[in-house]
Ligand binder design. Structure first.
Ligand SMILES: NCc1[nH]cc(CCC(=O)O)c1CC(=O)O
Length: 313
């Protein structure tokens, strides 16, 4: 029986599955993998999906049709962009060690930050990116743009064009669109979204054999790093719609250095905390950095933001 590997239908999602299977195939000789695209249900279906799960009082609701398809056995593996996955996992599903990570950083396409004229229009839909841009350049006009990666690049052209857009280096590279990168933004001033650049490889928790098979492609250093980043986010009770950045860098002797930031939407307040630990308890490291941010006042910043940012991904 082939192993069914599902993703959403965007170019990026399909490319990620293709690249993942290219990595996996030589590590799993004789195993057949088949790709399946799971399209998102409409909003109404999505709501009923969530209500249905809530009614069964599961640990948490499925965040997407893709997770629901995995839980229902329509697919055996779900391949996500890790940064788009909520930190709480539905009962019965687990995340495995992801394969090697793409670049973590965000990029500016269309102009460098320094070359943007006063009052220039910059496209981004993400509150984190908007807040970090406001902190760096309060003069900019931020234009909310949505859609897939090629669609966002298209905002650089046409009548209502923006001077620049912010996109993840990872997505651009995976799609072969890295030529559009004008500047890679430095992580200390533009910390990435937790998990950015990594895949979220999700299976049902009772699939022990499949887990052993897929872990052949897992990178344990990347796994420790993203667990630290995501546990920091979870401790702050944040999702992908809050201006929280986190990134791990490797230290000597395999230690992890986790840096976390919380930024107010207007960019006026930026809290930064960092801590190091051995790689064997990344959740503890994430919790420690989150606690330091909370001690600095992160709760007030996040409380202000949550109502405004609700529903924006
Ligand atoms: N929210 C969309 C999304 N989800 C993952 C990526 C890029 C790939 C990655 O960060 O792993 C993107 C596009 C972007 O933010 O530019």
């Amino acid at each position: 029986m082939p192993i069914l590997v599902g993703s959403r239908g965007s170019d990026l999602a399909r490319t990620q599955v293709r690249q993942y299977l290219e990595l996996l195939a030589p590590l799993c000789p004789g195993v057949e993998f088949k790709r399946r695209v799971i399209t998102e249900a409409g909003d109404r279906d999505r709501v009923s999906l969530l209500a249905d799960v809530a009614g069964r009082s599961a640990g948490s609701a499925f965040s997407s049709r893709l997770e629901a398809a995995l839980a229902a056995g329509e697919i055996d593996v779900a391949v996500h962009s890790l940064k788009d996955l909520p930190t709480s996992m539905p009962d019965g599903l687990v995340l495995l060690a992801p394969p090697g990570r793409e670049a973590v950083e965000d990029a500016l396409c269309g102009s460098t930050l320094a070359q943007l004229p006063h009052g220039a229009r910059v496209g981004t839909g993400a509150p984190r990116r908007a807040a970090l841009l406001r902190a760096a350049r309060p003069d900019l006009e931020l234009v909310p743009i949505r859609g897939n990666v090629p669609g966002r690049l298209a905002a650089l052209k046409g009548r209502n064009r923006v001077h620049a857009v912010v996109l993840a280096v990872a997505g651009l590279r995976r799609l072969g669109l890295e030529d559009h990168i004008t500047e890679v933004l430095p992580l200390d001033r533009f910390p990435a979204s937790p998990g950015q650049g990594a895949l979220g490889i999700q299976i049902r928790s009772d699939q022990q054999e499949l887990r052993t098979l897929l872990e052949r492609a897992g990178d344990h250093t990347v796994h420790a790093a993203v667990r630290a980043e995501r546990s920091m986010l979870a401790e702050l009770h944040g999702g992908c719609s809050v201006p929280v950045g986190a990134y791990v860098t490797q230290e000597p002797e395999g230690r992890l250095l986790l840096t976390g930031q919380v930024v107010s939407l207007d960019g006026a307040v930026r809290l930064t905390a960092a801590s190091t630990s051995r790689a064997d308890d990344p959740e503890k490291l994430g919790a420690a950095v989150a606690q330091e941010l909370l001690d600095q006042g992160a709760r007030d910043i996040l409380a202000e933001i949550r109502p405004a940012a609700a529903g924006v991904r």
